[in-house]
Design a protein around this ligand. Structure first.
Ligand code: UD1
Ligand code: CA
Length: 459
């Protein structure tokens, strides 16, 4: 097949009113990426000459999400057949001898493997002019049914609303995906009418027209889970669950240990090296990579973070975009990191905020340390040198630098740079009042009140 002439059309003009959301339906996310993004990504794997997205009027966000792929606006939603016809204008400059693949923007679980099976079916001899993707539905009620003749040839598709009782018993359903010889498809589409229950131009009508014209149509089957479309929030959750199942399986197949797979949430791009261990209740938002042998402990949330080999994160850590942990670094419980790099073996084990910071190798950041990176107007950076030790409850008021090997005493508010190997302490001198604690206790026992407090009134 001349795959250099393959073009793809993604139907996404529907408003998705049943989602009851302001956002266009195909922009709802699955595993941290829009449904449209998933579909475009899968299509890209076929290396088509062009992908055209059919959008409705007033859908600038959808068009932006489709970029750099061109969009055409279907002003009125007159049906799936009409939607494909609308795309013709955006394909006029590409050789018509190739194939056209139609997919829906709200069906994000479709796999590259399945799309390739359609391509392979088109290459069979004799080559079918059209290849339909179908599935066996547990409940076929809402779907178009595949009509086959006695020899198993596809004679057409009947929409649920147009089906008679016998046709409604068919469980082989139309998934909506179609691969067709492009010239032939547009010729057939020109003949599709709207004399049906919905008064729409149905794309699947071309199967009947093809059969009547003596053209061969073939059927490729996929699992129902793979072709699950999203019309409601509940269906979005079903699709999310299926995507998570796939991502978990892929991670484990790649040598990652998930103690409780169902309790780990991935993004489409989460990249975990072999030997990574993930404890339960971890969320990977987009943009995370984790190096070999690292351990991500329970209840951690990671986004836009690069975790080096052998690093430890959590439990209860929050890594925000721009986090980089070098080999063997440790970020412990209730530590938040944003736009900060921890060098090899550096540690921030407890209750700390590191934002806009550079922490040198083997540095130790004590419990409760805060980088004060924001003054209400601008963000500033904190630098901590190699091997430095930051005592507990230190406030580092950025911009500020702590030199390599320096020590900062606990409870300090550091506003000026600390030179290399210096000891910086910033706090009031401590006063010890001899015997005062004992006196306090004795007084309390006698009167029920401590020294300095008003005495209880008589009566
Ligand atoms: C369609 C199929 C049906 C199949 C089912 C699988 C038709 C007529 N029916 O039905 O056989 O079993 O999918 O889920 O094709 N769209 C446009 N412009 C339009 C109409 C639709 O872009 O004018 C887009 C929608 O946004 C959606 C997709 O096409 O992404 C499918 O349209 P929808 O109305 O949901 O078709 P179904 O009734 O589900
Ligand atoms: Ca649908």
């Amino acid at each position: 097949m001349a795959s250099d002439h393959l073009v793809c059309v993604v139907l996404a003009a529907g408003k998705g009113t049943r989602m009851k959301s302001r956002q266009p339906k195909v922009l709802h996310e699955v595993a941290g990426r829009s449904m449209l993004g998933h579909v475009l990504d899968s299509l890209q794997a076929l290396d088509p000459a062009r992908i055209v997205v059919v959008v409705g009027p007033d859908m600038p966000e959808t068009a932006a999400a489709a970029a750099p792929h061109p969009c055409v606006v279907q002003a009125e939603q007159l049906g799936t057949g009409h939607a494909v016809l609308t795309a013709a204008e955006a394909l006029a400059d590409i050789d018509r001898d190739g194939d056209l693949l139609v997919v829906f923007g709200d069906t994000p679980l479709i796999t590259v493997a399945t799309l390739k099976r359609l391509v392979a079916a088109r290459a069979a001899q004799p080559a079918p002019a059209l290849v339909a993707l179908a599935f066996r539905a547990a409940d076929p009620a809402p779907y178009g049914r595949m009509l086959l003749d006695d020899s198993g040839r596809l004679t057409g598709v009947v929409e649920a609303v147009d089906a008679d009782a016998a046709q409604r018993r068919i469980d082989l359903c139309n998934a909506g995906v179609m691969l067709a010889e492009r010239r032939c498809l547009f010729d057939l589409l020109a003949k599709v009418g709207k004399d049906n229950a919905k008064g729409e131009y149905y794309l699947p009508d071309v199967y009947r027209l093809a059969y009547q014209a003596g053209l061969h149509g073939s059927v490729v089957e996929a699992s129902e889970a793979e072709v699950q479309g999203v019309n409601t929030q509940a269906e979005l959750a079903v699709v999310e669950a299926e995507m998570q199942t796939r991502l978990r399986a892929a991670a484990m197949a790649g040598g990652v240990t998930l103690i409780d797979p169902a309790a780990v949430w991935f993004s489409h791009d989460t990249a975990l090296a072999p030997g990574v261990l993930v404890e339960p209740n971890v969320v990977f938002a987009p943009g995370v990579s984790v190096g070999e042998g690292a351990r991500i402990r329970a209840f951690s949330h990671l986004e836009g973070a690069r975790i080096g080999a052998g690093a430890t994160v959590g439990p209860y850590a929050r890594l925000r975009p721009g986090t980089e942990l070098s080999e063997g670094a440790k970020v412990g419980n209730f530590v938040e990191v944003k736009n900060a790099r921890l060098g090899k073996g550096a540690k921030a084990n407890h209750l700390t905020y590191l934002g806009d910071a550079e922490i040198g190798p083997e540095a130790n950041v004590g419990a409760g340390t805060i980088t004060c990176n924001y003054d209400g107007f601008t963000k500033s950076r904190t630098e901590i040198g190699a091997g430095a030790f930051i005592g507990s409850n230190t406030a580092l008021v950025a911009p500020v630098k702590v030199g390599a090997g320096a020590i900062v005493g606990a409870g300090s508010t550091i506003t000026r740079d600390v030179p290399e190997d210096a000891l910086a302490v910033e706090r009031n001198d401590q006063q010890n009042r001899q015997g005062r604690a004992k006196r306090y206790r004795e007084l309390k026992q006698k009167t029920g009140k401590a020294d300095g407090e008003p005495k209880a009134k008589d009566g």
